[in-house]
Design a protein around this ligand. Structure first.
Ligand code: FAD
Length: 385
């Protein structure tokens, strides 16, 4: 490989550049990104940046020292074998890294609709979160909950509209989602509520009711940003399909981060994980695979969220779990674990109980079995169950 082109200058793209250099690759690297910014981290956008505690979240890296041709503000439009078509013309490659991440899904309607994906989105939204402003947030998922936290703290009048029966129902299921409902104190939380459209001045619900709002934020999920690959000879299914080495179906091509749907050896299923930890760590494997090494990406996925004063952390893959066991007081610090049919730990969710998260993640990794009887006692550490 002589010239690696990295499409997407988010965390996954940047980390792949670092990993390539870290492995001694001395050829040419071009890193192109649609945004006009130096690569930055997204988790702070809905936390410190939105709360006004930080202005930026740039990743501390020296692009000059990495000897990378950085092309900010350039998008890939299409892919032919060996050639990326960009907004600045064609670019040949002999190694390709697809790291285009994901983009927010929006709702129908002519009204102004904010999303929160980029640093520009965060700055725009932050300026609007002032006392007394009516904010309607569509979606009580991870992003919706964090935006609601910031809006409430800013003194806004907050409505959260959620299609499911509880917050976080899609991510965690309704049983645990319901335990987060009490955090929405002072917020008008509308559950089982479908949005018809975002209109001038607010949100039209299915059934006709109109929720007035000065600011509407849509946080209903993202889709992998792979439209530019339509028509290319590459397998796409819920993102770029890769094997366990993060190799895509085209030669000399890897995909990494939010856009990659990789084969998980551990869970024997295809996973696409839209979390920071994956964008941070998968690039080591992507870089190695591109350079012809034989390594697999086989992590216990990890994620955290900070909402309503709580630290929520998750590790594992709970669809592999069959039994949900609660630990601790739902009014205070609590956690929950999912066990497989043969009592192995499939996933752990910890609310303000970081030790359960750390120990749980290790236990999942090791594949140990646990004693369900002991698990229900929150005083017994997971390690001793
Ligand atoms: P991205 O960060 O999306 O980067 C992809 C880049 O590619 C983008 O800059 C995009 O503009 C660019 N691009 C797209 N298409 C093209 C194209 N055709 N040509 C050129 N460039 C292109 N995860 C957690 O684990 N915990 C959290 O608390 C958390 N909070 C989050 C809060 C917010 C507001 C957001 C948005 C995400 C959060 N995440 C969190 C998720 C985490 O940030 C993502 O998983 C991570 O950013 C994925 O990195 P990536 O590099 O794969 O994709």
């Amino acid at each position: 490989v002589n010239h690696v082109v990295v499409v997407g200058a988010g965390l996954a793209g940047l980390r792949t550049v670092e990993a390539l250099r870290g492995r001694g690759f001395s050829g040419r690297i071009t890193l192109m990104g649609q945004e006009r910014h130096h690569p930055y981290d997204r988790p702070p956008l809905s936390k410190a940046v939105l709360l006004g505690d930080a202005d930026t979240s740039y990743i501390d890296t020296d692009l000059d020292a990495l000897e990378v041709d950085f092309w900010p503000g350039v998008s890939a439009k299409a892919l032919r074998r060996g050639v990326v078509e960009t907004t600045e013309g064609e670019l040949g490659y002999d190694g390709l890294v697809i790291a285009t991440g994901a983009e927010p899904i929006t709702l129908p309607g002519d009204g102004p609709q904010h999303v929160l994906r980029t640093i520009d989105d965060a700055h725009e939204l932050r300026a609007m979160l002032v006392p007394g402003v009516r904010v309607a947030i569509i979606g009580a998922g991870w992003i919706g909950a964090e935006v609601a936290t910031a809006a409430r703290r800013a003194g806004c009048v907050v409505t959260v509209i959620e299609a499911g029966p509880t917050p976080l129902a899609t991510a965690l299921g309704t049983e645990l989602g319901a335990q987060t409902q009490r955090w929405y104190d002072g917020i008008d939380l509308r559950l089982d509520t479908m949005v018809d459209s975002v209109d001038e001045g607010g949100v039209r619900l299915v059934g006709g009711e109109f929720v007035e709002a000065h600011v509407v934020v849509t946080g209903i999920g993202v889709r992998p940003a792979v439209e530019w690959l339509t028509g290319a000879d590459i397998d796409l299914h819920n993102g770029v399909v890769t094997d366990e080495h993060l190799r895509a179906s085209l030669p000399n091509t890897v995909a990494v981060g939010d856009c990659a749907a990789w084969w998980s050896r551990r869970w024997q299923t295809r996973l696409r994980v839209e979390h920071w930890d994956t964008a941070l760590n998968a690039p080591e494997v992507a870089a190695a695979s591109l350079l012809g090494e034989d390594v697999a990406y086989d992590p216990v996925p990890y994620f955290w969220s900070e909402q309503f004063g709580h630290m929520v952390q998750y590790a594992g893959h709970h669809p592999a779990g069959e039994r949900l066991i609660h630990r601790g007081d739902p009014e205070g610090k609590w956690s929950a674990v999912w066990l497989t049919a043969d009592d192995a730990l499939a996933a752990v969710l910890a609310v303000d109980r970081p030790r359960d998260l750390v120990q749980g993640r290790r236990i999942i990794d090791a594949g140990h079995r646990l004693d369900a009887e002991r698990l229900v006692d929150p005083e017994v550490s997971l390690r001793d169950c």
